[in-house]
Design a protein. Structure first.
Length: 135
């Protein structure tokens, strides 16, 4: 075989493999719309919490447990006004944000979040927050 023919065969093989890979990525499992909506809500909740911080750059989610009802139980830390780090909690439900300033927050946390075994989205949220501009 001549060199141009070998190159054409090799190029064709590379093209076929590239098309196969592209097709496998395009048909890979995508999250369903409900799952995408839960993710958007979880990330949106973290963005809202970060926005309220004195130093938003210090905000880090340590746990973000996704609840069956679409809510998220967050544990996070952020810098306080004296330069120290506070650990705080919040609950974001499909209807409202509940943070530690809420009356009887501990009871609400125990009811809604203690023992929750949903997915922990903390790592995924922190990675997304690094990419998200400050809002």
């Amino acid at each position: 075989m001549t060199r141009p023919v070998k190159l054409m065969i090799f190029g064709g093989a590379v093209l076929a493999v590239s098309i196969a890979i592209a097709h496998s990525h395009s048909t890979a499992a995508r999250p369903n719309p409900a799952e995408e909506q839960r993710w958007d809500a979880a990330l949106g909740g973290a963005v809202a919490l970060r926005r309220e911080m004195r130093n938003p750059d210090s905000f880090k989610v340590t746990r973000a447990i996704e609840r069956a009802d679409g809510g998220v139980c967050y544990e996070y830390r952020a810098q306080n006004g004296f330069g120290g780090m506070n650990v705080e909690r919040a609950i974001i439900t499909p209807h409202r944000v509940i943070d530690e300033s809420e009356r009887d927050f501990s009871g609400l946390w125990n009811y809604a979040c203690s023992g929750e075994s949903g997915r922990d989205l903390a790592a995924k949220i922190n990675a997304a927050l690094k990419l998200a501009p400050e809002q």
